[in-house]
Design a protein around this ligand. Structure first.
Ligand code: ZN
Length: 112
């Protein structure tokens, strides 16, 4: 018995100005709830890919948020640290520490 391949059930949007669709031209390789789909349009594969994209997006958002929070924290402590450094510079009598403090103060002023 020869079985004719069942076409994929999915509709594919066509290029162009107005939305129009044509039936996917590949043959169906997987059956889902009575309809056949090609590998690309298998609803389970589509959903798995979508979920992975969302998970990657969530991870990226969490990382961006953490980075912004850290940057905000650094900026919030900047003035305090600079003030403390200035005090160290004004009161220290150790030339090595004075040199390091002076360099750090210069560096800090460059970026403001
Ligand atoms: Zn298809």
């Amino acid at each position: 018995m020869i079985s004719t391949p069942v076409p994929c059930f999915a509709y594919v949007r066509e290029e162009g100005r107005w939305p129009s669709y044509h039936r996917c031209e590949r043959k169906g390789v997987v059956e889902r709830e009575g309809a056949w789909y090609c590998k690309q349009h298998d609803p389970i594969a589509v959903e798995t890919k979508r979920a992975a994209r969302f998970a990657a997006w969530d991870t990226k958002m969490a990382e961006d948020g953490a980075r912004r929070e850290l940057e905000g924290h650094k900026l919030a402590t900047w003035d305090m640290l600079l003030e403390a450094l200035n005090k160290v510079y004004d009161t220290t009598h150790d030339p090595a520490i004075e040199l390091i403090a002076a360099d750090a103060i210069d560096k800090a002023r460059e970026t403001r």
